[in-house]
Design a protein around this ligand. Sequence first.
Ligand SMILES: NC(=O)c1ccc[n+]([C@@H]2O[C@H](COP(=O)([O-])OP(=O)(O)OC[C@H]3O[C@@H](n4cnc5c(N)ncnc54)[C@H](O)[C@@H]3O)[C@@H](O)[C@H]2O)c1
Length: 269
Amino acid sequence: MDFTNKVIVVTGGGSGIGRACCYEFAALKGAVVVVDRDEKGGEETRHKIVADGGRAEFFAADVSSESQVEDLIKKALARTGGIDVLVNNAGIQRYGTATTTSAQEWDEVLDVNLKGAFLMARYTIPAMIQRGGGAIVNTASVQSVAAVRNSLAYVVSKHGLLGLTRCLALDYAKNNIRANCVMPGAIDTPMLRWAASLDDHPEKVIDACNRLHAVGRMGTADEVARVIAFLASDEASFMTGAAIPVDGGLLVPVGGMMFQESGTGAKKA
Ligand SMILES: NC(=O)c1ccc[n+]([C@@H]2O[C@H](COP(=O)([O-])OP(=O)(O)OC[C@H]3O[C@@H](n4cnc5c(N)ncnc54)[C@H](O)[C@@H]3O)[C@@H](O)[C@H]2O)c1
């Protein structure tokens, strides 16, 4: 994969999966536009890429603010001359059910995780069309196709992101723009460590996160970034509207457990 002469915008590039994406695209010779509302994290990502001989710009912006997104894309285009790839990755997690989630928390999660991706697409796609095409990759989640308890707003936002991915794929195929998403399982990032820290026994949460996956461990941000880079690359030229699990088999074991419990297969193995 080679992103020479390509400009890649990554939201949430100041931490975790987004930062790993920025490093991956820079290593593949792309010019990276790091976007994050956290100035320190975003600037650190930019600085490391440039220190390693790569090309990167950082723009501080809140993806849930239409005026900030519009301004950011204008500034990014003025600096880079065009945008080829958009990675909608910025996201937040809040916990609660329909009766314990406040309307404010609902808005906060939906605004960042879903409206943010819509706004970024809205203001980036015209630049991609001018360039003759492009690729959008959304960081969805296994929670785009499966619900978990006590995670209402997040699950709804990630289900919505899958719908957004599919609509973008249909609406802009004629413009040579592909849109896909990845559905990571539990990935060891600052977001996951923060979520574990909310529990009285964070180490038990980490242990449970490892055991969720068929492979017996969480994923790393790099493992997700490599799939995102593939989907953004010309190697994936016939892929659009796809939702790719990057989940160590998390979505598989339901069937596997049924076989083990019935004894079928286990005895033959
Ligand atoms: N870590 C996991 O287990 C996991 C699993 C599935 C999906 N995801 C998704 O992956 C994405 C990245 O998560 P992560 O684990 O790397 O989290 P993270 O918290 O390490 O990084 C998220 C980054 O997004 C930035 N951000 C948050 N709100 C923003 C906003 N309004 N505008 C601009 N930037 C904003 C944060 O400042 C941070 O730098 C999220 O969309 C998350 O939902 C994570």
